[in-house]
Design a protein around this ligand. Structure first.
Ligand SMILES: [Zn+2]
Length: 93
């Protein structure tokens, strides 16, 4: 069972999505109702599929309740958790 989402974090997530117009219409089914269930961590793995200690990222998923299509947004870039690696101003080749 998933632990309940802290209401303050839930409000911050929804406010962040609304401020950017994200989640208004599902690109797959056209649905307009979405679920924000919490924060989820992903760990980086090496070429053998083994977890790399201390390397991972945390995401806030936005899920369409009509079809399940989900988008992941970086919790660090959303300001929900500290950046482990400060963002750079642009992509590097
Ligand atoms: Zn959908």
């Amino acid at each position: 069972m998933t632990p309940p989402l802290d209401p303050a974090i839930g409000r911050k997530i929804l406010d962040w999505f609304r401020a950017r117009g994200i989640g208004q219409t599902c690109p797959v089914c056209g649905g307009t109702t979405f679920d924000v269930s919490g924060l989820f961590a992903m760990r980086m793995v090496d070429q053998a599929g083994q977890p790399v200690p201390g390397v991972g990222a945390t995401f806030a998923p936005l899920t369409c309740v009509g079809c399940g299509y989900s988008q992941l947004f970086s919790a660090a870039y959303m300001g929900l958790i500290p950046h482990l690696h400060p963002p750079t101003s642009g992509a590097t080749p």
